[in-house]
Design a protein around this ligand. Structure first.
Ligand code: SER
Length: 884
């Protein structure tokens, strides 16, 4: 077919779509993070994810609807990626959404207007599908001018859309573009829904009107909703007169890079071999980049596993293309070049993403070779058509880090299936770690008491930034053993929700407060405060009686909070100091702020040297000694970012945020977005001391540290240990190092003397062996069994024998080492060798007696073994061998 419509770039399509819907009154929402707020959803997989509460009627939108360009990751079809022109793990979804404010007629009319008037797609190439008996939508399209033979009815598989097994769902209508007869199957009746490539679905309009329940029933939602999703890459292919997801401008720029690095050639209609690998790398590199910059780190479960799997598959396909060196970093740059403008957080996190990618790539390259050898061996041992056992697949996963689909792919290449059931059973046995990852339900069911409570009760008002206690707070709910109760009585563990509280609930790493809730009739000794869906939950033991509606006093433990505050400020100083000493790739990856210590995890790829640790410590202490004010200001998120405040990697923030700065307003040492509580001045921290530095897994280092009372206590303990050491050495503390050095020198000397006594001329055992030397034909033979010597020290024994015996001499000596294992040595002077003694042969012959094996040259040979009780038999065997 000829080019009968205009051409547009991906960027032009994106903005044309969003502008169109903005002009129609829809509010533009930025893409949500790939890491959803919904704990039941692994990764954002559709534009509608972030609007869940609007569909369910829990929130209402002022505007008539919304639009967005959402980054999405779907890996359920991972094995098809690259083998056709439609599937990918990462894609952008252009969507418009409405929650009662837009009728079906209106939604379809907008869609029709956009594609025919803005994108100017020829009407004769547009096809529409509707759900089997959805006459209403059929008529809407017809009335808009679509010919009857361009409307197809399809069943549940194609034209009913649900985010998950339960939750909002509804019939849908898809829009297809006819790529032309020449790309199709040519069969009569080929139409949308056919499995050939002729009709490319590019827009799905879901009329979300039902709320599917666990029992399968589908009550209507509070209003009729709209959820549409247009695949941006598919649309780019169409608008660039191509037929595949991978042939639009963005994907092509990545595929070109793959061609350049590998020397392979991409053929757009070849869906196997090198072309497939080039597509896979281009696709997976985008997922990897977007996932890491949204805060996902490679791991063995959940999102971390999805990421690791994609990253490793990309590396593996690089190998298939003959790329030996690390290459993914170049793809990260290339993705940023074409997508960084639309997604600035890619650029912000580029250094970090590249660091993680290259560390992970290196790690995997090392295991790839070993794993490949193992897998090839396993495959070679299989009969034709036999399955690779689940155990082997699990071994590859567990020991070599091969994602299962990589194993499947290689095994299939060699003509073998994989026993997936067996693999799953092995995985299940190794605890339930992958279980969380397997749940793909976009809605999930939050059935515990806290789901209902957080829905019913207003969010707790937190008073604790500037109140130490609150009088007259009201008890809104009491939970005992997971169930809500109206009244609780003495001695039980309770969870209490108040309308307002000064207690800080554990968040952002800062531990929850302890303290006291007190009413006329009862008291709760609060052990911990946690946050559940906006509610602050006080956990503790009740004495007396407490009822819903009671008025209480609530006050936290001041001393403990003061210590926590200092440690929290210290984590900010530490973060800033680490960035200064190590570089900008340092990002907070987790933290714990307790009263007695703090823990700070951050991205960095190797252990810190002691000089680096010292430099970090000094920087933090410099800020403490400078007694700088710690100032918290509340501002809009954009203002906060503009002021240079550090946002936590992968963290989501509301529109209004707290910004904590340490030091001068115009040039702060540290400025972070933070909801925690802090010291008023760095001087309160007193002293900062790093207690340990370690690794917590790939690419993450962990520092534990203490301030003020905790640091002093740590130093006191250290000082006590030093006193103890000095006491034991009977010297002053400052003399300890020298004292230890001199003791070590003494020990070395004594050891040498001891060894000399055992192996040298003064050794009784050796002297008597020499005295008892046997006369062989042309040389003397010394046989001896010694003990307490190591195998290596038998050479010294031989040196002694050689010195003390003049003329041709040979020996066979044995020892039982300190570990209790036997060691044998045979040796001979050159003239003893000429006379017929071959040390190597002797050892070979006799070592079996000690359960060992050995050999060597005619002049010197050694053996180890397992069974020291065989030494006398070995010496006898030597004698017999030499005819003595
Ligand atoms: N949620 C639908 C889809 O993912 C339409 O946006 O296809």
């Amino acid at each position: 077919m000829s080019a009968d419509y205009p051409t547009m770039t991906t960027a032009e399509i994106r903005s044309a779509y969003l502008n169109f819907f903005k002009e129609k009154g829809c509010k533009l929402y930025p893409s949500s993070s790939l890491v959803p707020d919904d704990p039941s959803l692994l990764l954002a997989n559709a534009g509608m994810n972030q609007f869940k509460e609007y569909y369910q009627g829990k929130k209402t939108m002022k505007e008539i609807g919304a639009c967005s360009c959402q980054k999405c990751v779907r890996t359920n079809d991972i094995d098809i990626i690259g083998a056709d022109g439609r599937h990918a793990s990462f894609f952008e979804m252009l969507g418009n959404f409405a929650f009662g404010g837009v009728t079906k007629e209106q939604a379809c009319a907008w869609a029709y207007e956009l594609i025919t008037e803005v994108f100017k797609l020829p009407k004769e190439r547009l096809h529409f599908t509707v759900f089997t008996d959805d006459d209403e939508t059929h008529d809407v399209w017809r009335d808009l001018g679509v010919a009857e033979d361009h409307i197809t009815r399809l069943g549940e598989d194609d034209n009913f859309w649900a985010a998950g097994p339960t939750g909002p769902c509804g019939p849908c209508s898809e829009i297809y573009f006819d790529l032309g007869e020449e790309v199709g199957c040519g069969r009569e009746g080929c139409a949308p829904g056919c499995d050939c490539d002729r009709f490319l679905e590019f827009w799905n309009l879901v009329f979300t009107q039902f709320d599917r329940q666990e029992d399968g029933s589908m009550p209507e939602l509070p209003h009729r909703n709209l959820d549409t999703g247009m695949g941006l890459e598919r649309m780019a292919a169409i608008m660039q007169h191509k037929s595949s997801f991978f042939d639009g401008d963005v994907m092509q720029s990545l595929i070109k890079l793959g061609e350049e690095i590998s020397g392979a050639t991409y053929v757009d209609d070849d869906y196997s071999g090198a072309s497939r690998s080039l597509r896979i790398i281009a696709d997976h590199a985008r997922s990897v980049n977007f996932l890491i910059s949204d805060g996902v780190l490679p791991g063995n479960e959940g999102r971390g596993y999805v990421l690791r799997r994609l990253l490793r598959r990309a590396v593996f396909h690089g190998r298939l293309l003959g790329i030996e060196d690390a290459f993914l970093g170049r793809f990260i740059d290339a993705v940023n070049d074409v997508m960084g403008e639309a997604y600035p957080n890619l650029i912000e996190n580029a250094a970090l993403v590249k660091g993680i990618v290259s560390a992970e790539e290196e790690r995997f390259s090392n295991t790839l070779n070993n794993g490949r050898v193992y897998l090839d061996e396993q495959l070679a041992a299989l009969a034709a058509g036999e399955q690779l056992p689940g155990k082997a697949a699990f071994m590859l996963h567990d020991t070599f880090g091969f994602p299962i689909d990589l194993t499947v792919e290689i095994a299939e290449g060699a003509g073998h299936a994989v026993d997936i059931e067996g693999f799953d059973a092995e995985m299940a046995e190794q605890k339930a770690r992958a279980r969380a990852a397997a749940k793909g339900d976009a809605w999930g069911s939050f059935n515990d008491v806290w789901t209902e409570l957080s829905d019913e009760l207003p969010a707790t008002e937190f008073m604790g930034y500037d109140h130490e206690s609150v009088e007259g707070a009201r008890v809104l709910a009491i939970v005992v053993d997971g169930a809500r109760v109206k009244t609780a009585e003495g001695g039980v563990d309770v969870q209490v929700v108040l309308d307002r509280t000064p207690f800080y609930a554990e968040m952002g790493g800062q531990k929850g407060d302890r303290g006291l809730i007190d009413s006329d009739s009862g008291q709760v000794l609060v052990r911990d405060t946690v946050s559940k869906g906006g509610l602050y939950v006080h956990e503790g033991t009740l004495s007396g009686t407490l009822s819903e509606g009671d008025t209480v006093f609530a006050g936290y433990d001041l001393e403990r909070r003061a210590l926590v505050r200092r440690n929290h400020t210290a984590t900010h100083l530490l973060d800033a100091a680490l960035k200064e000493v190590l570089g900008d790739h340092v990002n907070q990856a987790g933290s714990l702020v307790a009263h007695d210590y703090l823990r700070f995890d951050f991205t960095h790829f190797e252990a810190l040297s002691s000089d680096q640790i010292k430099a970090v410590e000094r920087l933090v202490n410099r800020e403490i000694l400078a007694a700088k004010p710690v100032v918290t200001r509340v501002m809009g998120i954009e203002e906060a970012k503009a002021s240079g405040a550090v946002a936590l990697f992968g963290e989501k923030y509301g529109d209004v945020v707290r910004v904590v700065s340490v030091g001068e307003e115009d040039r702060p040492f540290s400025r972070e977005l933070c909801g925690g509580t802090h010291a008023a001045n760095t001087a309160e921290l007193g002293l900062f001391k790093i207690i340990s530095e370690s690794s917590t897994g790939s690419n993450i280092r962990r520092i534990e540290a203490a301030t003020s009372a905790g640091a002093i206590e740590w130093l006191e303990n250290r000082a006590a240990l030093a006193e103890q050491a000095a006491g034991a050495l009977k010297c002053r503390i400052d003399e300890v190092p020298a004292r230890i050095a001199s003791l070590q020198a003494d020990v070395r000397e004594v050891n040498q003397k001891l060894k000399a006594a055992l192996t040298g001329a003064s050794s009784d055992a050796i002297s008597s062996a020499i005295e008892g030397a046997l006369d062989a034909d042309g040389y003397k033979l010394v046989l001896a069994q010694l003990s307490g010597l190591e195998g290596s020290e038998l050479r010294n024994v031989w040196d002694t024998i050689r010195q003390k015996v003049s003329g041709p001499v040979a020996c066979v000596v044995a020892t039982v080492t300190e570990k209790g294992t036997p060691a044998l040595l045979a040796a001979a002077t050159d003239d003893a060798v000429s006379a017929g003694f071959k040390a190597g042969d002797v050892i070979k012959e006799i070592s079996a007696h000690v359960g060992g094996r050995g050999g060597g040259k005619p002049t010197m040979a050694q053996a180890g073994g397992k069974d020291a009780s065989g030494i006398p038999a070995a010496l006898d065997a030597a004698r017999a061998l030499l005819g003595l």
